[in-house]
Design a protein around this ligand. Structure first.
Ligand SMILES: NC(=O)c1ccc[n+]([C@@H]2O[C@H](COP(=O)([O-])OP(=O)(O)OC[C@H]3O[C@@H](n4cnc5c(N)ncnc54)[C@H](OP(=O)(O)O)[C@@H]3O)[C@@H](O)[C@H]2O)c1
Length: 326
């Protein structure tokens, strides 16, 4: 049995679907009240609970061979806190998995930056990496670069994810909705992209489906236990490169408006007294203005994965052409 914690999120959903399609028994950890109808399919058992509810975590882990953890509160639906979920919740999840002698714990983390301590989304990922490293669990940590599905939307093209199953950009979080409604049409309608930081910052942008591929490929691999992998690609692109691809595909130039890194840093501080999550999203934008030039092509080859380039990702169309059942 493979337990997926974060199953209703976009990455968890992609993982659950692939596992079910491959005939692997999977338990999807689902919060009561969350949208989960799209996870009802043969081979998928729903385990209702919440990372803040210790007993439900214990019940979900019982009998699991592998645990895949993608749950996070960066884009919260309802009131919550990083400390309650990614702090105490993950501490209990990891301790329970140790007690249950889980065969492999696959943790989806975040890139490492020089300022992780200042932004909860990054701080708690580092904390949970350390917890895994000092546990007895056979763990695999994956640190993906930026997901194309989210970041191409954030810079002005929400069509890449709209309508896709469980897309993060469609989560019911007011701050995100305001932001996406304001910028989501900029690239296609107005030929403008709003960049976090310099247009020369380089990332190994990765398609969400390929992140799911790396997760599933890690299952049961001895050579991926007790290790941290930075994943991304197939290419490392600057924002300028991304905009050149858009220009080619749309047949019109795309003008970049770069928000200075320090603007996000200031907004993070200004929003902090009012909303941890809104402040966190500004912090995220501040920190993604650092390069993540990961080369995971050798690992992808080992796992038999064919990674999607940014051009292929954009050519395969908007969310409407993808799996929309949810
Ligand atoms: N997007 C990127 O560019 C990027 C880059 C690098 C790494 N990552 C990492 O990738 C991972 C996957 O993200 P994603 O895009 O799939 O996130 P997502 O779509 O926002 O999903 C979040 C998931 O966490 C669950 N969750 C939240 N609070 C919970 C709680 N108290 N108990 C149980 N589950 C809870 C949510 O459940 P509900 O539906 O019930 O709220 C949902 O299933 C994250 O760890 C993220 O940090 C993302």
């Amino acid at each position: 049995m493979i337990l997926v914690v974060g199953a209703t999120g976009q990455l968890g959903t992609a993982v659950v679907r692939r596992l079910a399609a491959a005939g692997q028994p999977v338990r999807a950890f689902v919060r009561v009240g969350s949208r989960h109808e799209h996870l009802r399919m043969p081979g998928v058992e729903l385990g209702f609970g919440d990372l803040r509810d210790a007993a439900s975590v214990e019940a979900a882990c019982r009998g699991a061979r592998v645990v895949i953890a993608t749950a996070n509160v960066i884009v919260p639906e309802g009131r919550t806190s990083f400390e309650a979920v990614e702090g105490q919740g993950y501490a209990h999840l990891i301790a329970t998995c140790e007690r249950e002698r889980i065969g492999q714990f696959i943790f989806v983390s975040m890139p490492q930056t020089a300022h992780d301590a200042a932004v909860p989304a990054f701080r708690y990922k580092r904390l949970n990496e350390q917890r895994l490293q000092s546990s007895t669990l056979p763990y695999t940590v994956l640190r993906p670069s930026l997901f194309m599905d989210d970041w191409f939307a954030f810079i002005g093209d929400a069509s890449v994810a709209r309508g896709a199953a469980a897309a993060t950009i469609e989560r019911r979080y007011w701050f995100l909705q305001v932001f996406i409604n304001a910028v989501g049409g900029l690239i296609r309608q107005h030929g403008i992209a709003l960049l976090p930081g310099s247009r020369r910052v380089r990332h190994a942008f990765i398609a969400l489906d390929d992140v799911a591929g790396f997760i599933i490929g890690s299952i049961g691999r001895e050579d991926m236990r007790g290790a941290i992998f930075e994943i991304g690609g197939p290419q490392v692109l600057s924002w300028d490169d991304v905009l050149a691809i858009y220009a080619r595909l749309l047949g019109k130039p795309i003008r970049a408006i770069s928000m200075p890194r320090r603007a996000y840093r200031v907004l993070r501080a200004l929003l902090a007294p009012f909303s941890e999550s809104a402040s966190g999203i500004m912090g995220l934008n501040w920190l993604v203005a650092c390069d993540t030039p990961y080369d995971a092509n050798a690992l992808a080859l080992r796992l038999g994965l064919q990674l999607t380039s940014a051009e292929q990702f954009l050519q395969r169309g908007d969310g409407a052409s993808r799996d929309t059942s949810r």
